[in-house]
Design a protein around this ligand. Structure first.
Ligand SMILES: [Zn+2]
Length: 359
């Protein structure tokens, strides 16, 4: 994979232009006579897509669809507007479109999310670490209602980890902070968004608390969640590795905090650089997943980890394996999907820079 540091981008673009123009940069006459090496962009794009497709299998079709197949937004909408469902709660999507039953997933780990967006509670002897908080209009019913149904007390929430500051994950943070006073952890650039866009985060904005750093451990009782900086989806996206118990057996989890290409991605500058930031983050978390022996891949969207379906499978598990325990190889395949899709889109931009894009 080609790495393009910021400072050498101009040199890199120049090199591509020179290559495209067929000009050799070497003074060696024997080399100068050889035709310049041309990249076959279409073949490279195809190879990256194939890599993602073969990695996806049946497990990560949703991830493949979102990142490789569906049209991408050109970037983040950063206008500071109050969301319609905050202005007028009657405009929130109907309950039937998002309500899902809570579920006990592992001995010490619970799903308290909805059909589309997820929230999770890691229980310890000293209290609860809650990961992601869904929308302002459904966090109370899904998280607090779900916890109560599962016999958990929201007063025990000691930490809330917010993977990134989009409304589908930060929506319940202000409510939880106000009512239960947990510590809130979020990436630095996403804390800045919350402070910069008061309308956008109206009713959702927690007061600034813990700024995530790479490798930071959030320890509570006998458990610890390790936080990894994985910028890309947003500049402050964070991900996690931690251990859960499944019928007494420790299992390691990799939690990917942001998946889709929400950054500016439709122009070579800064698209090529943004894709590289995203790819580097996928590799960073994949390496941590491998190092910790993660056999469970979780996300905050059911389309990426099939949480909603797996919760229903849990009910019929009997003495079989936990449907979330997919094995270390499949966890790595998730990252091959996200990286392959990102690389394919990045090469398309590189092709545009080289001026060889097909009409
Ligand atoms: Zn998001």
């Amino acid at each position: 994979m080609r790495f393009v540091p910021l400072r050498s981008r101009a040199v890199y673009v120049l090199a591509l232009l020179i290559a495209a123009a067929g000009i050799s940069t070497t003074a060696d006459s024997s080399l100068a006579q050889q035709p310049p090496a041309r990249r076959n962009y279409d073949a490279e794009i195809q190879a990256a897509l194939e890599s993602a497709k073969s990695a996806a299998g049946f497990e990560f079709l949703g991830t493949l669809a979102r990142n490789c197949l569906l049209p991408q937004s050109g970037g983040e909408d950063l206008r500071d507007n109050v969301p319609e469902y905050v202005k007028d709660p009657a405009k929130a999507p109907p309950r039937g479109s998002w309500y899902a039953e809570p579920a006990k997933v592992f001995d010490n780990f619970y799903f308290v999310g909805g059909k589309i967006h997820s929230s999770w509670a890691l229980t310890t002897k000293e209290g609860i670490i809650l990961i992601d908080t869904i929308y302002p209009y459904n966090s109370e019913e899904l998280i607090l209602g779900g916890m109560k149904k599962l016999g958990l007390d929201p007063k025990d929430i000691k930490y809330v980890l917010i993977s990134h500051a989009h409304n589908d994950h930060i929506g319940g943070a202000e409510m939880l902070q106000t009512r239960y006073h947990p510590r809130i952890v979020m990436g630095g650039p996403d804390w800045e968004w919350v402070e910069k866009y008061p309308n956008r985060y109206k009713t959702m904005a927690p007061k600034r608390d813990i700024v995530a750093t790479d490798g930071m451990k959030i320890t509570l009782g006998e458990s610890a969640v390790t936080v990894w900086l994985t910028p890309g989806h947003t500049p402050g996206t964070i991900s996690y590795t931690f251990t859960v118990l499944d019928r007494g057996k420790p299992l390691n989890v990799a939690y990917s905090g942001g998946t889709a290409f929400n950054f500016v991605n439709n122009t070579p500058d800064p698209g090529i650089r943004n894709f590289q930031i995203y790819i580097d983050s996928q590799r960073h978390l994949a390496a941590k997943a491998a190092a910790t022996g993660a056999t469970v891949l979780l996300s905050n969207h059911s389309e990426f980890d099939n949480a909603y379906n797996k919760n229903r499978m849990l009910a019929g598990r009997g003495s079989g394996p936990n449907p979330y325990d997919i094995g270390a190889e499949w966890v790595q395949r998730y990252f091959k999907v996200t990286e392959g899709c990102a690389r394919a889109a990045q090469i398309k931009l590189e092709q545009r820079v080289a001026g060889t894009a097909m009409p």
